[in-house]
Design a protein around this ligand. Structure first.
Ligand code: UT7
Length: 330
């Protein structure tokens, strides 16, 4: 049987900082408590990058270095590197170029994709096109955010949720039926009102007033985002199932964005999918924005089997959301 060429994930590696910020630590910083955070979000601790001089590119670099070692790939073999992030080292240049420099990927080019919590998903779908159509042989896709750099640790609505981390995957061509099969990606710019950072861009360049007003931090209307997140992840997953002639029973794993344990269980519930086949690591990392899907893959890699049908699904600022269906390649 001949299969068409598809881009497949042939390795995954993650990196998180050692420093932990626990619910007990947060109790001392804002008016919250471990019971509220655990029961409302499922998060017990998150990792915070505190290494002096380190930023998102350094987390990406560590993840990619591990990936290259694991997949026996030399930096010079990488053709393209995409980073999904909203917390790049600088507004410009992009973080992907910095990562290429730091890992010595002299033959690669790349760019960042700003799709917030859907960043990894959008980057994965983008990178896959270059591999599936034969333009490039080895594409690295990274999802990483240093959320601690844009979180207000005086705002209990947001500071309990987010953490820092990075994960990277290698994409290569496969002709054995495995790899990325299909995806449904969506966006609705009207959602920007409910999840954003008010200042620091061209709309409100940074000045003393924006800093004094604490406008350089994440703002979120959590309740509203929660509702749209469940709807968006469920509807795009259902669309994928429908158009690939699959039922939910054909799916071996769902890898959801880790924003809130209640969102994850609600998505599984609506899809009629068993929770023990949903990858969950939110309790130890919190919401690492573009980092979550890759970090889940990294944590559950040894449980995936070749040909497993897997759905990735995410929702985030923009609004951006979507789902991707792949057959695990190893
Ligand atoms: O990843 C990108 C997309 N983001 C998401 O998907 C996040 C979606 N939203 C959420 O995960 C949830 O909405 C939150 C975790 C952000 C909030 O949970 P919630 O159950 O929606 O709480 P709420 O905002 O409705 O607040 C309920 C109560 C309020 O008190 P009152 O007004 O009922 O007295 C809040 O002030 O809980 C209070 N509250 C807290 N209490 C203790 C809010 N944050 C905290 C806190 N500790 N950290």
């Amino acid at each position: 049987m001949s299969y068409k060429t598809r881009a497949a994930i042939t390795g995954v590696h993650g990196w998180v900082p050692e420093d932990k910020l626990t619910n007990k630590d947060l109790e001392k910083m804002v008016d919250t408590n471990d019971e509220w955070i655990t029961s409302r979000t499922g998060i017990r601790e998150r990792r915070i990058l505190r290494t002096p001089g380190w930023a998102t590119s350094d987390m990406c670099t560590e993840a990619v270095k591990g990936l290259l070692e694991k997949t026996d790939t030399r930096p010079g073999e990488i053709d393209m590197l995409i980073v999904g992030t909203i917390t790049g080292d600088m507004i410009f240049p992009d973080t992907a170029n910095t990562v290429c420099d730091k890992i010595g990927a002299k033959n690669a080019f790349g760019y960042d994709i700003n799709a917030a919590c859907s960043g990894f998903l959008f980057a994965l779908a983008t990178g896959a096109q270059f591999v599936a159509n034969g333009t490039y042989e080895k594409v690295v896709v990274v999802g990483s955010d240093m959320m601690s750099s844009i979180i207000d640790y005086e705002d209990r609505n947001t500071c309990v949720i987010f953490g820092d981390g990075a994960a990277a995957v290698l994409l290569e061509a496969r002709r054995d039926g495995t790899g990325i099969q299909d995806f449904v990606l969506r966006g609705d710019g009207a959602g920007r009102e409910f999840l954003h950072m008010k200042a620091g861009g061209s709309l409100r360049p940074p000045n003393a007033e924006t800093v004094a007003n604490r406008e350089h931090y994440v703002y979120q209307d959590g309740k509203r985002v929660f509702k749209y997140a469940v709807e968006g992840m469920v509807s795009t997953s259902q669309e994928l199932l429908r158009r690939n002639h699959l039922t939910i029973d054909d799916i071996n794993w769902i890898i959801p964005h880790q924003a809130n344990m209640r969102i994850i269980s609600s998505v599984a519930d609506h899809l009629g999918f068993p929770m023990d086949k949903v990858t969950i690591n939110i309790s130890k990392y919190g919401n690492t924005t573009a980092g979550t899907l890759g970090l889940c893959m990294w944590d559950f890699e040894d449980r995936f089997k070749k040909d497993d049908n897997i759905i990735l699904t995410a929702f985030g600022g923009g609004f951006t959301w979507g789902s991707l269906y792949l057959k695990w390649a190893y």
